[in-house]
Design a binder for this molecule. Sequence first.
Ligand code: ATP
Length: 310
Amino acid sequence: MTSVTVRVPAKINLQLAVGPPRPDGYHGLVTVFHAISLFDEVTAVQADTDRVTVSGEGAEHVPEDADNLALRAVRALRAEQERRGLAPGDGVAVAIRKRIPVAGGMAGGSADAAAALVACNELWAAGLSQSELCEVGSAVGSDVAFAVLGGTAVGRGRGEQLTPALVAAVRYHWVLALADGHLSTPAVYGKLDQMRAGRDVAEPELNTELMSALRSGDAERLGAAISNDLQAPAIALFPALGETLSAGEDLGALGGLVSGSGPTCYFLARDDIHAKDLAASLSAEGVCRAVATATGPAAGASVIALNALW
Ligand code: ATP
């Protein structure tokens, strides 16, 4: 195999419940991940040494060196091969085509890491199972395992302890409002701690009404049940998000929320036509930089092209 291309989805969080800060600095989470049809494409090709190039949406903000999460994933998979006593894979040239907004709260970097794992597993015929790739991915970043898995899943710990959710076979229609600016994830958690200062913070719990809505496939119930503890601090740091969310609500979205640590906001539409209307109206009102529509759940990182020289 000389070249492998993998398509990998963005995620939104249907629930993001954040506990008190732990001694290691992380916050315990309970989150419900949902993969949507906004995809990056990652191609891995045999090369003398590892390298990465990035094109597309926000490429100028992504490092093209060893810090790129895709190259970190390549090294993690090689280390796993060595740990198993196998010959480590050759060098790879990784080409990333981005559509997932960078630093948008949609785990785009983690998605590229997941795609690189799936691509190199194929390129090197390494033979790791999906759950083994999830385990390697967890060491690279908290959201990498979910990008390998896709669908809808409950995440605990830092989000890396995953359980696939029991859901009705329903396709939901989402509208994404991409913000004009970035939010740093540590800054949003810091603001949350500041806003909670002096209060007892309970350990996070899974929202049973949300899980029941997902099992029934009832979009109205789902829209009413989504929640994100990082929304208030994200709005405090980026007040324009409050206007974006109000606009979506006024336009009849079944629900609207900041995605992850923001600043992307997402809205649930009734159907495909409502999603297109909502996207056009949000765009016309000028409450965000750009809009996109997507459906979910989407499959996790999947090989879409293989090339071999025989
Ligand atoms: P999360 O939702 O997991 O907090 P995010 O969607 O807000 O993540 P990312 O798009 O993953 O943010 O990017 C976070 C940072 O990681 C960026 O500032 C970027 O410089 C860096 N980064 C490293 N590799 C990548 C990559 N392949 N794609 C995007 N960002 C990357």
